[in-house]
Design a protein around this ligand. Structure first.
Ligand SMILES: [Zn+2]
Length: 283
C-alpha cells in the first residue's frame, strides 16, 4: 500500500510531465473512482483546465487546476491499496484496470487501480479533506517540541498513534515499523511513557526513514506499487524489520517477531525494542 515515499516519488516523477498541460478530454471508466460527483460533472470540472501545480499532502496527490490564469479547483488522487498514475506520450492500452483517463494537450494521464479503493476526485478546494489531516512529517511543523508535547498528551500505544492520519499524516504500516525499530521503541509502548530523548530520536528517525525511502523511489514488494515510469522502488531491500519476521534483526541478530496491533501486522525486535513494563509476555 503506497505510503508517503511512494506518493512523493509519484509526484516528483509526474511533475515535469503534467504541470502546464491542459486537459483536453476526460474518460471515467469506473464511476466510483471519481467519488460523489457523477462522471459528466467530473468531466465538466476538469476538461479545459490547465494543471498549474502538482504537489503532495500526506498520501494525497494534488493537481491544482487553473482557467484563464485563475484557480479552478483541484483533483485529489489517493492511491489507497493498488492505485497507480501513468503518463504516456500517446493513448495506449493501460489494461482493464484503468479507471480514469485524462487526454492532455501533450500525453495521456491514466489512473489505474486493480482493487478499486483508490480515488481520483474533483474538489472546489482541498480544505475540507485536508482539515482532518495531522502534521506533515517532512514539513516544518514536525519538530521535537511538537512530538514531546503530543506524545505526553495522547496517551496511546505508539503503533496505532503513528498510523493515525490525524496525528502524523502520510505514515503507514511499513514506515512506522521501520522508524520504531530505528528508534528502539516497542510498538505497544504508551506514548506518554516515552522519555523526551526518545521522542526527539523518533522525529529524526521518521524523517530519515522517509527521506531514504524517497531517494530509493519507495518500496515494492508485491505486483502493485510502480513508479509512473513502471519501475519498482528499491527501499524494500533496506527493510530492517518490516516483512522480516523469523529472520535475524540486522542490528543485533535476534529473530524479528511479528504481532498484530490494531489489526495490522507489526514487526519488531525483542532486543532492540524492549517490551514496556507489564507487557513482558507480549515480547
Ligand atoms: Zn535487534
Amino acid at each position: 500500500m503506497p505510503e508517503l515515499p511512494e506518493v512523493e516519488t509519484t509526484v516528483q516523477l509526474l511533475r515535469p510531465r503534467v504541470v502546464g498541460r491542459r486537459v483536453k478530454d476526460a474518460e471515467v471508466l469506473w464511476p466510483r473512482s471519481v467519488g460523489a460527483l457523477d462522471p459528466d460533472a467530473f468531466r465538466q470540472a476538469v476538461v479545459g483546465a490547465r494543471i498549474a501545480r502538482l504537489w503532495r499532502r500526506a498520501k494525497y496527490i494534488v493537481f491544482d487546476l487553473e482557467r484563464r490564469g485563475r484557480s479552478a479547483g483541484v483533483v485529489l488522487c489517493h492511491l489507497r491499496m493498488t492505485g497507480r498514475l501513468m503518463v504516456e506520450a500517446a493513448r495506449h492500452d493501460t489494461g482493464p484496470h484503468t479507471r480514469v483517463r485524462l487526454q492532455l494537450d501533450r500525453g495521456v494521464l491514466s489512473f489505474v487501480d486493480v482493487r478499486k479503493f483508490g480515488r481520483f476526485t474533483f474538489h472546489a478546494s482541498p480544505d475540507d479533506v485536508f482539515v482532518k489531516l495531522g502534521v506533515e512529517p517532512l514539513g516544518d511543523g514536525f519538530t521535537k517540541g511538537w512530538m514531546r508535547r503530543e506524545l505526553r498528551a495522547r496517551r496511546r500505544m505508539l503503533k496505532p498513534l503513528l498510523l493515525d492520519q490525524s496525528f502524523v499524516a502520510g505514515l503507514g504500516n511499513i514506515y512506522v515499523d521501520e522508524a520504531l525499530h530505528r528508534t528502539g521503541l516497542h510498538p505497544l509502548r504508551r506514548s506518554d511513557r516515552v522519555p523526551p530523548a526518545a521522542a526527539d530520536r523518533l522525529v529524526d528517525e521518521i524523517r530519515a526513514t522517509l527521506e531514504e525511502a524517497v531517494e530509493r523511489e519507495g518500496s515494492s514488494f508485491d505486483a502493485f506499487y510502480r513508479t509512473p515510469e513502471g519501475q519498482p522502488g528499491s527501499y524494500q531491500h533496506q527493510f530492517r524489520v518490516y516483512g522480516r519476521d523469523g529472520k535475524p534483526c540486522r542490528t543485533c541478530g535476534r529473530v524479528v517477531r511479528k504481532i498484530v496491533v490494531a489489526q495490522r501486522g507489526t514487526h519488531y525486535c525483542t532486543r532492540c525494542q524492549p517490551a514496556p513494563r507489564g507487557r513482558g509476555s507480549a515480547g
